[in-house]
Design a protein around this ligand. Structure first.
Ligand SMILES: N[C@@H](CCC(=O)N[C@@H](CS)C(=O)NCC(=O)O)C(=O)O
Length: 279
């Protein structure tokens, strides 16, 4: 059996990291790495577009068959190697896990990209480099989002949307974890964890995690459990990590913190009442 992974090896490459962390959690090592570099436009090379027509990373190729979409790749890997299983046994519980993953795909992915762009990309990538990138970006959604966030900073409406998305995710998590379960699905560590932890990692990289998670102590404890796992610690060895206080993520995050926190407070004042999970 041949498993080839086309991915980005960077601490903040969230979609690739979902897959890398899932492989590590399952103890799978016999895969062939194909490291991609976005700045070299590897994702738009004809041979890559054949396996991923949207020109996005990652792609897993299993015996010549391409599997796309990071959350689906993680499920595929878990089905391909049943042990140790990263999904609950009960069908209804599998559905619940998939409901979490759908929420992370739909809300947390874009929110994480916005946090990364309003900090590191906005403050460290030269504007002419961004303009070059925007001229050839194939997705109108990404173009509007990136331009708005880079040009308007925290005043971009996408920033409020991102705050709303993470707030919704954290409120749902805090509620689910209120029975002191260690993981979202109970005692079992599952794909719900591997599909969210790389996103939350970016909040840690830009030093937003401590203030953002203040009202969510159980979610914070969940994150501390994630952060202590070797599969997550491995990400700190990748390029662009933010262990150092001088890293671009740490510096640009700290430079944005005051104005970002104001937006978070504004959101909580206006919308906190609007969404509160109950049993
Ligand atoms: N929904 C896709 C999204 C993949 C995605 O957007 N990947 C980013 C890197 S994290 C990418 O390839 N960006 C290409 C670009 O910026 O040109 C998935 O989950 O796999």
């Amino acid at each position: 059996m041949a498993l080839d992974l086309y991915y980005l090896e960077e601490t903040d490459s969230v979609c690739s990291n979902r897959v890398v962390v899932t492989l590590a959690e399952k103890g799978i090592t016999d895969w062939t790495p194909h490291k991609m570099i976005l700045m070299n436009r590897d994702q738009f090379k004809p041979e890559y577009l054949k396996i991923n027509p949207q020109g996005v990373v990652p792609t897993l190729v299993h015996d010549g068959v391409p599997i796309r979409e990071s959350s689906l790749i993680c499920k595929y890997i878990d089905d391909l190697y049943p042990e140790p299983s990263l999904k609950p046994k009960e069908l209804s519980e599998q559905y619940r896990m998939n409901e979490w993953i759908k929420l992370f795909d739909e809300r947390a992915f874009e929110a994480t990209a916005v946090v990364n762009f309003v900090t590191k990309f906005r403050l460290t990538v030269p504007r002419d480099k961004m303009e070059e990138r925007w001229k050839v970006i194939p997705s109108i959604d990404r173009l509007y989002r990136q331009k708005s966030v880079v040009l308007e900073g925290v005043e971009s409406p996408y920033v409020m949307r991102a705050i709303g998305s993470f707030e919704m995710v954290f409120k749902l998590m805090e509620h689910a974890l209120s029975d002191d379960r260690p993981y979202l699905m109970g005692d079992q560590f599952t794909l719900a964890e591997t599909n969210l932890a790389p996103f939350v990692k970016v909040l840690e990289m830009v030093r937003f995690l401590d203030f953002w998670m203040e009202p969510y102590p159980r979610t914070r404890a969940w994150w501390d459990r994630m952060a202590s796992r070797p599969s997550m610690q491995m990400l700190d060895d990748f390029p662009y990590s933010a262990v150092s206080e001088d890293s671009p993520h740490a510096k640009s995050g700290r430079a944005t913190e005051v104005e970002f926190r104001k937006k978070l407070e504004e959101y909580r004042e206006q919308f906190d009442h609007a969404f509160n999970p109950v049993d």
